[in-house]
Structure formats: C-alpha cells, structure tokens
Design a protein around this ligand. Structure first.
Ligand SMILES: Nc1ncnc2c1ncn2[C@@H]1O[C@H](COP(=O)(O)OP(=O)(O)OP(=O)(O)O)[C@@H](O)[C@H]1O
Ligand SMILES: [Mg+2]
Length: 264
C-alpha cells in the first residue's frame, strides 16, 4: 500500500500533516499553491475481506457524492475527487479549528448558555438542512463537528448520508457503531434487530450531542435530573425529548426550531 507522508506530492497537491486516521480513510491537510485543502484518502484495512472492502468503498464514494451536492454554510464543502488516483481520494475544504470532541475535552469548565446557543445553532441548522433534502446523516457526533476559532461549527463526515423515507421501512443493515459513537447513536440504530429507522435517528444524536455540550456528559451517563438549573425549562425538556428511546416520541422540526433556532 502507498505510504503517505508530509511532503508527498499527489497531482498538484503536497501533503502537509495527517489530521486523523479514520475507520476507512486517512485525513490529510494538503496545500495547493498556498491554499490549504483536506484530502480524504481511502485506505483499505488488510483484515477486510472482499465484501467488507466493497462496502467501505461504497461509503467512501457515497461521501464524495454528497460532499459535492450539499451546500450549506454549516456543512463541510466538497471540492471534487482526484479521479485518477488509486486508492480514491476526495478533496474537501480545510476547516480551521478542531473537532467538537477535542474542543469539549479541552473546555471542561461550565459553558455559558450564550456559547451553548451559538454552537448549538450551527449543528442544528446543518442537520435541519440535511433533513430538508429528505436525507439523514446517521453519524451526528462531536468528532464529526468542527469548531472554528471564531466559534462557528461545520458538520463533516458524510459517509453514512442516505435518503430518509417519510415512514419507517426496511433499509440497509445498520451501521456498526464504534465505542465513541455509542453514546450518540439512536437505540433503533444500535439494536438493529428491526432494521427500520428514519431521519429521527439524527434527532436523537443531535439531542445527545447538545446535552453533552450543555452538561458536560452525554445522556446515557447522566440522569435527566442533572440538567443545569440555569437552563430554561423549554430547552431542557426539548433536549430530553430529543433523546427519547422511542422515535415517535421525539420532537419534529416544528418544535425544535423555535427553541434551538430562534430568530435573531
Ligand atoms: N474538512 C476538514 N477540515 C479540517 N479537519 C477535518 C476535516 N475533515 C475531517 N477533519 C478531521 O479529521 C477527523 C476525521 O474526519 P472524518 O470524520 O471525516 O473521517 P472518518 O474517516 O469518517 O473518521 P471516523 O471513522 O473516525 O468517523 C475529524 O474529526 C477532524 O478532526
Ligand atoms: Mg468521522
């Protein structure tokens, strides 16, 4: 397998530094002239069998496709594929900053309600936009949100995006959720027995992410009672409804938007 290292030239790009090594890819910062871009390079694992390899490549290509189609200020933008490369490489805008996971781990003190509202707005807008396109993200979690130095957010990692049916129906097999994702994945996605879910999985994940942003801990490790006393009741009850185990009890955008996306 090709070894990637800082300074390596790929087409008209030069690799600068490895940002992350994901489940099926390496994410590199690269430079094109003096502009920074991100290269997501598909890296097959030697332990995969042919079927797993094909499935992972499908997810990789799925992300490349949606990165070019979806456009929203709170969502990462694709810049195209380096089509001639093997393994495939996707070029993505470079977002300065750090993931919300890293940001929360480094800012453990109490966060003001105003800061919460600012960060929550960006992530909520991105998920709402995806749902308006009749899609679901399926992997909303802190490591898939970037926080910029100006404290705006961008939702990234579109590999699991797919159409959301308006009603429950059988879909592809549930994705395997890693340890990190467990706290944020809707129960119907983890249980997987039913293999039936829709865009309401994102409402759960968004609620779980926002609860950690507000309280410092994701809901599965926090009794509901522990929500902060300075938080308006309408906000805390909305967040706890969003992480209801039953999708039919979760609020829709008509209830979420007035609280998380108030008119400025
Ligand atoms: N456009 C970007 N700009 C800056 N950093 C990025 C960008 N995209 C990804 N990263 C960094 O790389 C990390 C992994 O990216 P991403 O989630 O897209 O990859 P992944 O292979 O799907 O990873 P995982 O399997 O862990 O979810 C992010 O958490 C972030 O730190
Ligand atoms: Mg990711």
């Amino acid at each position: 397998m090709q070894k990637y290292h800082p300074g390596l030239r790929i087409a008209e790009l030069t690799l600068v530094r490895l940002l992350a090594r994901g489940g099926m890819s390496q994410v590199w910062q690269a430079s094109r002239n003096s502009e920074s871009v991100v290269l997501k390079i598909f890296c097959r694992d030697d332990n995969w069998n042919a079927a797993e390899c094909e499935e992972c490549q499908r997810y990789f290509e799925n992300e490349a496709q949606w990165l070019m189609k979806l456009r929203h200020p709170s969502l990462v933008r694709g810049l195209g594929s380096l089509g001639t490369q093997s393994p495939p490489i996707t070029m993505i805008e470079f977002i300065e900053g750090e993931s919300l996971r890293t940001w929360m781990d480094g800012n453990t003190g109490r966060r003001s309600l105003a800061l919460f509202q600012r960060l929550a707005r960006g992530v909520t807008e991105a998920v709402k936009y995806i749902h308006e396109q009749c899609l679901m993200h399926r992997d909303v979690k802190p490591s898939n949100v970037m926080v910029t130095p100006a404290l705006s957010t961008r939702l990234i990692d579109l590999q699991f995006v797919r159409e959301s049916p308006p009603t429950f129906q059988a879909l592809d097999r549930p994705m395997s959720t890693g340890i990190g994702a467990w706290a944020f994945a809707a129960p119907e996605l983890i249980d997987g027995l039913e293999m039936r879910y829709d865009a309401r999985v994102d409402i759960y994940s968004l609620g779980a992410l926002l609860i950690e942003l507000l309280t410092g801990r994701p809901p599965r490790r926090l009794p509901p009672i522990a929500c902060r006393s300075d938080v308006p009741h309408a906000l805390s009850s909305l967040l706890w409804e969003m992480v209801d185990e039953r999708p039919e009890n979760r609020p829709g955008w008509g209830d979420i938007a007035p609280i998380l996306l108030p008119l400025e």
